[in-house]
Design a protein around this ligand. Structure first.
Ligand SMILES: Nc1ncnc2c1ncn2[C@@H]1O[C@H](COP(=O)(O)OP(=O)(O)O)[C@@H](O)[C@H]1O
Ligand SMILES: O=P(O)(O)OC[C@H]1O[C@](O)(COP(=O)(O)O)[C@@H](O)[C@@H]1O
Ligand SMILES: [Mg+2]
Length: 434
């Protein structure tokens, strides 16, 4: 694991934040820019490394610097949002624009329309000016005012466009695919000997980006998902042999399903991609579900879209190379109905798929705060010449994470971890459904 952050050069310019931070030292509420945030947070984890303290894996802290790399008056900035929607995208855009203009005095900020496509001539190269007026009130709305897209674009053409626009700092707001694209862009920038900072704000409702504790918009998304679980529960308990079946987003990671289920504490079974299950046999889902309905009169099943894919046919990939998943919700609805029928049991199954409704909403107040603080951290990093990195929060501290680390693996629910244990405690489902 390499935690070192790439930099465009020494910081020689006084930062407007110098008077605010120069006298500060690390406390439990602040990390000095010269300090490091430890990766490990227990005594046994640190001890197991067997390393001297300065060699322990650690993150560079985020936040304002006393000196910066770019001269604000000469700095031009671009912002792009890519991949699937996520609550809070507009909060991030507005946060970046206001911090850059009001505090650093950056005068030219452009938004690239429709993700990486907006850089490309074939798609009509689409750029809009972003001023404080242009972003007023956008945080009240879901989606992204810049638009977004999937599908890989040529890094050479992207950098041609950055050069033509005279950009010094590019902010990329997106998920793992976006960061892979941004690494290619950074490599092209380095090959051409340019000084353009590329700083990411990681975006994913699936919460599948590692080394950042939690992604923005996730809390809003699972909050919306929890409403579907409440609906399913109300419907299921008011009819004989009621089963509420809820399918939630979560391509490879079951965080939305777990958190939404815990938020309502009404689910009897939670099925996620990280924990394989079978339908058939004494230990399978169907037998346990039948038993639960016979004993208690109703049941609620929450399934993440990526769960049980081994039971289904997959359907190729999307424009970004993401696997198109089989529909586990529809499959379960069919198999549960069949199973109750074969057992001669009445069944009242209500199937709910909130689908895109959980990600197209505006951020809740918690996520809005988080988005704004991530945006501030990203601006401080870029102005200090940091590049090929994303901002994140680790153990409650804002940190800089190398982009390569942020895509080096997928953040997933650990079946041996305490989140899954909480789900097992809350549902009472067997640890092994197979
Ligand atoms: N392997 C890759 N290499 C380069 N660019 C990629 C790669 N995967 C995705 N991208 C780019 O990132 C953008 C968003 O990726 P996608 O996977 O759709 O969403 P997310 O960033 O949310 O994971 C796409 O438009 C594409 O241009
Ligand atoms: O239909 P779309 O827009 O391709 O998006 C569906 C996928 O987007 C997600 O919200 C995640 O998107 P990202 O990979 O862009 O973060 C998944 O939960 C879902 O499977
Ligand atoms: Mg992705």
């Amino acid at each position: 694991m390499d935690f070192s952050i790439a930099s465009l050069g020494p910081c020689r310019i006084d930062s407007p934040f110098a008077p605010l931070v120069e006298a500060r030292r690390t406390t439990e509420a602040y990390v000095d820019e010269g300090d490091r945030v430890l990766f490990d947070d227990t005594i046994s984890m640190v001890a197991a490394r067997g390393l001297p303290i300065e060699q322990l894996p650690s993150f560079e802290p985020g936040g304002p610097r006393s000196r910066i790399f770019f001269e604000p008056a000469k700095t031009r900035v671009a912002i792009v949002t890519c991949g699937g929607l996520c609550p809070g995208l507009n909060d991030v855009i507005r946060g970046l624009v206001l911090e850059l203009t009001e505090h650093y005095g950056v005068r030219r900020i452009v938004g690239i329309r429709n993700g990486y496509q907006g850089f490309i001539a074939r798609y009509g190269r689409d750029v809009v000016d972003l001023t404080p007026d242009a972003v007023a009130g956008i945080n009240e709305h879901g989606g992204t005012i810049l638009g977004t897209s999937r599908g890989e674009q040529d890094a050479g053409e992207i950098v041609d466009c950055l050069e033509r626009l005279g950009i010094s700092a590019l902010f990329v707001v997106g998920g793992d695919g976006t960061m892979r694209g941004a690494i290619n862009v950074s490599a092209e920038i380095a090959d051409r000997g340019l000084k353009i900072a590329v700083v990411g704000v990681p975006k994913t409702i699936d919460n599948d980006i590692p080394y950042i504790n939690q992604s923005f918009g996730f809390q809003t998304a699972f909050g919306r998902a929890a409403e579907s679980i409440r609906t399913a529960h109300v419907e299921a308990r008011t009819v004989p042999n009621g089963v509420g079946l809820v399918r939630l987003m979560g391509r490879h990671s079951g965080f939305i399903a777990c958190y939404a289920a815990l938020a309502k504490n009404d689910a009897d079974f939670v099925l996620i991609p990280e924990v394989p299950f079978t339908l058939e046999g004494d230990r399978g889902l169907l037998a346990h579900l039948r038993k639960r309905v016979v004993e208690r009169g109703h049941a609620v099943v929450v399934v993440a879209e990526g769960a049980g894919q081994e039971l289904l046919e997959t359907n190729g990939t999307d424009a970004s190379g993401n696997r198109r998943l089989g529909d586990i919700g529809v499959h379960l609805r069919h198999r549960i109905s069949q199973d109750f029928d074969e057992a001669g049991l009445e069944l009242n199954l209500k199937y709910i798929d909130p689908s895109y409704t959980i990600r197209s909403v505006p951020a809740n107040p918690y996520d809005s705060v988080y988005c704004l603080r991530l945006a501030h951290t990203a601006v401080h990093a870029a102005m200090a010449g940091r590049t090929e990195m994303v901002v994140g929060r680790w153990h409650g501290r804002f940190v800089h994470v190398p982009m390569r680390l942020a895509i080096s693996k997928r953040n997933q629910v650990d079946p041996e971890g305490d989140l899954w244990t909480s789900v097992l405690e809350a549902t009472g489902q067997p640890p092994n459904l197979r």
